[in-house]
Design a binder for this molecule. Structure first.
Ligand code: NAP
Length: 244
Protein backbone atom coordinates (compact mmCIF):
# COMPACT_ATOMS: atom_id res chain seq x y z
CA UNK A 1 0.00 0.00 0.00
CA UNK A 2 1.21 3.51 -0.86
CA UNK A 3 2.59 5.36 2.18
CA UNK A 4 1.47 8.82 3.24
CA UNK A 5 3.55 11.69 4.61
CA UNK A 6 2.51 15.05 6.01
CA UNK A 7 5.15 17.76 5.73
CA UNK A 8 4.33 20.86 7.75
CA UNK A 9 5.56 24.16 6.33
CA UNK A 10 6.08 22.65 2.89
CA UNK A 11 5.27 25.74 0.84
CA UNK A 12 8.98 26.56 0.49
CA UNK A 13 12.52 25.86 1.68
CA UNK A 14 13.34 22.63 3.49
CA UNK A 15 9.68 21.57 3.65
CA UNK A 16 9.19 21.95 -0.11
CA UNK A 17 12.38 19.98 -0.86
CA UNK A 18 11.18 17.27 1.54
CA UNK A 19 7.74 17.11 -0.08
CA UNK A 20 9.33 16.75 -3.53
CA UNK A 21 11.67 13.98 -2.39
CA UNK A 22 8.91 11.96 -0.71
CA UNK A 23 6.70 12.37 -3.80
CA UNK A 24 9.54 11.08 -5.99
CA UNK A 25 9.93 8.12 -3.63
CA UNK A 26 6.28 7.18 -4.18
CA UNK A 27 4.50 8.64 -1.14
CA UNK A 28 1.14 10.38 -1.01
CA UNK A 29 2.28 13.82 0.12
CA UNK A 30 0.33 16.41 2.11
CA UNK A 31 1.85 19.84 1.59
CA UNK A 32 0.90 21.89 4.63
CA UNK A 33 1.19 25.67 4.49
CA UNK A 34 -0.09 28.58 6.51
CA UNK A 35 0.36 31.87 4.61
CA UNK A 36 1.98 30.91 1.30
CA UNK A 37 -1.09 29.63 -0.55
CA UNK A 38 0.38 30.42 -3.96
CA UNK A 39 3.71 28.67 -3.60
CA UNK A 40 2.07 25.64 -1.95
CA UNK A 41 -0.47 25.42 -4.79
CA UNK A 42 2.19 25.85 -7.48
CA UNK A 43 4.32 23.13 -5.94
CA UNK A 44 1.36 20.75 -5.67
CA UNK A 45 0.31 21.48 -9.24
CA UNK A 46 3.75 20.86 -10.71
CA UNK A 47 4.05 17.56 -8.79
CA UNK A 48 0.55 16.45 -9.77
CA UNK A 49 1.25 17.26 -13.43
CA UNK A 50 4.20 14.88 -13.20
CA UNK A 51 1.95 12.10 -11.94
CA UNK A 52 2.71 12.34 -8.23
CA UNK A 53 0.06 11.98 -5.53
CA UNK A 54 -0.04 15.26 -3.61
CA UNK A 55 -2.52 17.51 -1.90
CA UNK A 56 -2.32 20.81 -0.03
CA UNK A 57 -3.78 21.53 3.37
CA UNK A 58 -3.77 24.93 5.05
CA UNK A 59 -3.21 24.85 8.80
CA UNK A 60 -1.51 27.08 11.31
CA UNK A 61 0.32 24.44 13.33
CA UNK A 62 0.32 26.71 16.37
CA UNK A 63 -3.46 26.35 16.50
CA UNK A 64 -4.52 23.03 18.06
CA UNK A 65 -7.79 22.75 16.14
CA UNK A 66 -6.13 23.46 12.80
CA UNK A 67 -3.39 20.91 13.54
CA UNK A 68 -6.06 18.33 14.42
CA UNK A 69 -7.89 19.09 11.20
CA UNK A 70 -4.68 18.61 9.20
CA UNK A 71 -4.37 15.10 10.60
CA UNK A 72 -8.10 14.30 10.20
CA UNK A 73 -8.24 15.50 6.59
CA UNK A 74 -5.15 13.49 5.71
CA UNK A 75 -6.61 10.35 7.25
CA UNK A 76 -9.87 10.96 5.39
CA UNK A 77 -8.07 11.40 2.04
CA UNK A 78 -5.45 8.67 2.26
CA UNK A 79 -6.64 6.26 4.98
CA UNK A 80 -3.35 6.15 6.88
CA UNK A 81 -0.44 8.35 7.97
CA UNK A 82 3.00 6.78 7.90
CA UNK A 83 5.25 9.79 8.37
CA UNK A 84 4.84 13.20 9.98
CA UNK A 85 7.59 15.74 9.30
CA UNK A 86 7.28 18.63 11.75
CA UNK A 87 9.16 21.21 9.74
CA UNK A 88 7.15 24.45 10.03
CA UNK A 89 9.13 27.14 11.77
CA UNK A 90 9.92 30.82 12.02
CA UNK A 91 13.01 32.72 13.14
CA UNK A 92 13.58 35.97 14.97
CA UNK A 93 16.91 37.68 15.40
CA UNK A 94 17.47 40.33 18.05
CA UNK A 95 18.84 40.97 21.49
CA UNK A 96 16.78 39.64 24.39
CA UNK A 97 15.95 43.27 25.18
CA UNK A 98 14.39 43.56 21.71
CA UNK A 99 12.42 40.32 22.05
CA UNK A 100 9.05 41.26 23.45
CA UNK A 101 6.59 38.82 24.93
CA UNK A 102 4.46 38.74 21.78
CA UNK A 103 7.45 37.76 19.64
CA UNK A 104 8.61 35.20 22.19
CA UNK A 105 5.15 33.61 22.27
CA UNK A 106 4.92 33.57 18.45
CA UNK A 107 8.23 31.74 18.11
CA UNK A 108 7.41 29.23 20.84
CA UNK A 109 3.84 28.68 19.58
CA UNK A 110 4.91 27.86 16.02
CA UNK A 111 8.27 26.16 16.58
CA UNK A 112 7.53 24.15 19.71
CA UNK A 113 3.78 24.04 20.36
CA UNK A 114 3.27 23.38 16.64
CA UNK A 115 5.38 20.23 16.95
CA UNK A 116 3.43 19.25 20.07
CA UNK A 117 0.05 19.89 18.41
CA UNK A 118 0.75 17.89 15.25
CA UNK A 119 2.53 15.07 17.09
CA UNK A 120 -0.29 14.75 19.61
CA UNK A 121 -2.92 14.68 16.88
CA UNK A 122 -1.09 12.04 14.83
CA UNK A 123 -0.23 9.83 17.80
CA UNK A 124 -3.61 8.10 18.04
CA UNK A 125 -3.56 7.32 14.32
CA UNK A 126 -0.07 5.84 14.50
CA UNK A 127 -0.81 3.93 17.72
CA UNK A 128 -3.83 2.36 16.01
CA UNK A 129 -1.59 1.40 13.07
CA UNK A 130 1.16 0.25 15.49
CA UNK A 131 3.61 1.98 13.16
CA UNK A 132 4.74 5.42 12.16
CA UNK A 133 7.68 7.80 12.00
CA UNK A 134 7.81 11.33 13.33
CA UNK A 135 10.72 13.52 12.25
CA UNK A 136 11.14 16.93 13.82
CA UNK A 137 13.16 19.75 12.32
CA UNK A 138 15.07 21.40 15.13
CA UNK A 139 18.26 23.43 14.57
CA UNK A 140 21.90 23.33 15.58
CA UNK A 141 21.08 26.46 17.60
CA UNK A 142 18.86 24.27 19.75
CA UNK A 143 22.00 22.31 20.61
CA UNK A 144 24.49 25.14 21.04
CA UNK A 145 22.41 28.30 21.52
CA UNK A 146 22.76 31.26 19.15
CA UNK A 147 23.61 34.76 20.26
CA UNK A 148 20.69 37.11 19.56
CA UNK A 149 18.31 34.20 19.01
CA UNK A 150 17.21 33.38 22.55
CA UNK A 151 13.59 32.55 21.74
CA UNK A 152 14.48 30.60 18.59
CA UNK A 153 17.24 28.63 20.33
CA UNK A 154 14.95 27.85 23.27
CA UNK A 155 12.16 26.67 20.96
CA UNK A 156 14.53 24.40 19.05
CA UNK A 157 16.08 23.03 22.25
CA UNK A 158 12.51 22.29 23.32
CA UNK A 159 11.98 20.32 20.12
CA UNK A 160 15.00 18.17 21.00
CA UNK A 161 13.59 17.46 24.48
CA UNK A 162 10.16 16.69 23.03
CA UNK A 163 11.74 14.33 20.48
CA UNK A 164 13.60 12.32 23.11
CA UNK A 165 10.63 12.11 25.49
CA UNK A 166 8.13 11.15 22.80
CA UNK A 167 10.53 8.56 21.37
CA UNK A 168 10.50 6.76 24.72
CA UNK A 169 6.73 7.04 25.05
CA UNK A 170 5.90 5.77 21.56
CA UNK A 171 8.56 3.10 21.03
CA UNK A 172 6.36 0.35 22.54
CA UNK A 173 3.76 1.19 19.86
CA UNK A 174 6.24 0.69 17.03
CA UNK A 175 6.62 4.41 16.35
CA UNK A 176 9.99 6.14 16.03
CA UNK A 177 10.61 9.81 16.78
CA UNK A 178 13.80 11.53 15.65
CA UNK A 179 15.00 15.03 14.85
CA UNK A 180 17.37 16.71 12.44
CA UNK A 181 19.37 19.74 13.47
CA UNK A 182 20.23 21.71 10.33
CA UNK A 183 23.05 24.23 10.26
CA UNK A 184 23.11 27.18 7.89
CA UNK A 185 20.78 26.23 5.03
CA UNK A 186 20.12 28.23 1.85
CA UNK A 187 16.44 29.16 2.25
CA UNK A 188 14.37 32.32 2.58
CA UNK A 189 14.78 32.05 6.35
CA UNK A 190 18.27 33.49 5.89
CA UNK A 191 17.34 36.13 3.32
CA UNK A 192 18.00 39.00 5.72
CA UNK A 193 21.59 37.98 6.45
CA UNK A 194 24.07 40.15 4.49
CA UNK A 195 26.32 38.49 1.91
CA UNK A 196 29.32 39.56 3.97
CA UNK A 197 27.99 37.88 7.12
CA UNK A 198 27.07 34.75 5.16
CA UNK A 199 30.59 34.54 3.71
CA UNK A 200 32.11 34.94 7.19
CA UNK A 201 29.87 32.17 8.46
CA UNK A 202 30.70 29.85 5.58
CA UNK A 203 34.41 30.21 6.34
CA UNK A 204 33.77 28.59 9.73
CA UNK A 205 31.89 25.60 8.29
CA UNK A 206 34.32 22.66 7.93
CA UNK A 207 32.70 21.46 4.67
CA UNK A 208 33.08 25.00 3.33
CA UNK A 209 29.57 25.72 2.09
CA UNK A 210 26.03 26.43 3.15
CA UNK A 211 23.72 23.43 3.24
CA UNK A 212 20.89 23.06 0.74
CA UNK A 213 17.27 22.24 1.45
CA UNK A 214 17.94 18.95 -0.37
CA UNK A 215 20.74 18.08 2.07
CA UNK A 216 18.21 18.26 4.91
CA UNK A 217 15.44 16.54 2.95
CA UNK A 218 17.69 13.50 2.36
CA UNK A 219 18.47 13.22 6.09
CA UNK A 220 14.75 13.42 6.87
CA UNK A 221 13.98 10.80 4.24
CA UNK A 222 16.62 8.47 5.69
CA UNK A 223 15.03 8.75 9.17
CA UNK A 224 11.63 7.96 7.63
CA UNK A 225 12.94 4.97 5.69
CA UNK A 226 13.10 1.31 6.68
CA UNK A 227 16.88 1.73 6.91
CA UNK A 228 16.27 3.71 10.10
CA UNK A 229 13.83 1.27 11.73
CA UNK A 230 16.11 0.74 14.74
CA UNK A 231 16.83 4.45 15.25
CA UNK A 232 14.70 6.44 17.68
CA UNK A 233 15.17 9.40 19.99
CA UNK A 234 18.19 10.54 17.98
CA UNK A 235 19.27 13.98 16.86
CA UNK A 236 20.94 14.00 13.45
CA UNK A 237 23.11 17.05 12.67
CA UNK A 238 23.02 18.32 9.09
CA UNK A 239 25.46 21.17 9.49
CA UNK A 240 28.58 20.56 7.36
CA UNK A 241 30.56 19.79 10.50
CA UNK A 242 29.89 23.13 12.18
CA UNK A 243 28.77 21.33 15.36
CA UNK A 244 30.77 18.21 16.16
P1 NAP B 1 11.34 28.97 5.20
O1 NAP B 1 11.85 28.84 3.82
O2 NAP B 1 11.11 30.30 5.79
O3 NAP B 1 10.04 28.05 5.35
C1 NAP B 1 9.31 28.03 6.53
C2 NAP B 1 8.06 27.22 6.32
O4 NAP B 1 7.34 27.17 7.57
C3 NAP B 1 7.14 27.84 5.29
O5 NAP B 1 6.65 26.83 4.43
C4 NAP B 1 6.01 28.41 6.14
O6 NAP B 1 4.75 28.34 5.48
C5 NAP B 1 5.99 27.47 7.30
N1 NAP B 1 5.30 28.03 8.46
C6 NAP B 1 5.63 29.12 9.19
N2 NAP B 1 4.74 29.33 10.17
C7 NAP B 1 3.81 28.34 10.04
C8 NAP B 1 2.63 28.01 10.76
N3 NAP B 1 2.22 28.74 11.80
N4 NAP B 1 1.93 26.91 10.37
C9 NAP B 1 2.32 26.16 9.31
N5 NAP B 1 3.43 26.45 8.59
C10 NAP B 1 4.16 27.52 8.96
O7 NAP B 1 12.38 28.29 6.22
P2 NAP B 1 13.24 26.94 6.16
O8 NAP B 1 14.64 27.35 6.26
O9 NAP B 1 12.80 26.07 5.07
O10 NAP B 1 12.83 26.34 7.60
C11 NAP B 1 12.19 25.09 7.76
C12 NAP B 1 12.55 24.58 9.13
O11 NAP B 1 13.97 24.38 9.23
C13 NAP B 1 12.18 25.53 10.27
O12 NAP B 1 11.67 24.81 11.36
C14 NAP B 1 13.53 26.17 10.62
O13 NAP B 1 13.56 26.63 11.95
C15 NAP B 1 14.45 25.00 10.39
N6 NAP B 1 15.85 25.38 10.21
C16 NAP B 1 16.23 26.18 9.16
C17 NAP B 1 17.58 26.52 9.04
C18 NAP B 1 18.08 27.39 7.94
O14 NAP B 1 19.26 27.83 7.98
N7 NAP B 1 17.29 27.71 6.93
C19 NAP B 1 18.51 26.05 9.97
C20 NAP B 1 18.08 25.24 11.01
C21 NAP B 1 16.75 24.90 11.11
P3 NAP B 1 3.87 29.65 5.06
O15 NAP B 1 4.83 30.57 4.36
O16 NAP B 1 2.83 29.06 4.21
O17 NAP B 1 3.34 30.23 6.34
Amino acid sequence: MKKTVIVTGASKGIGAATAILFAQKGYNVVINYNESYESATLLARSLSENGFSVTTQKANVANRLEAELLIKETLYKFGRIDVLVNNAGVAFEGLISQTDEVEYDRIMDINLKGVFNCSKAVTQVMVNQQSGKIINVSSMWGETGASCEVAYSASKAGVIGLTKALAKELAPSGITVNAVTPGLIETSMNKNISVEDLNDFVESIPLGRMGTADDVAHAIYFLASENADYITGQILGVNGGYVI
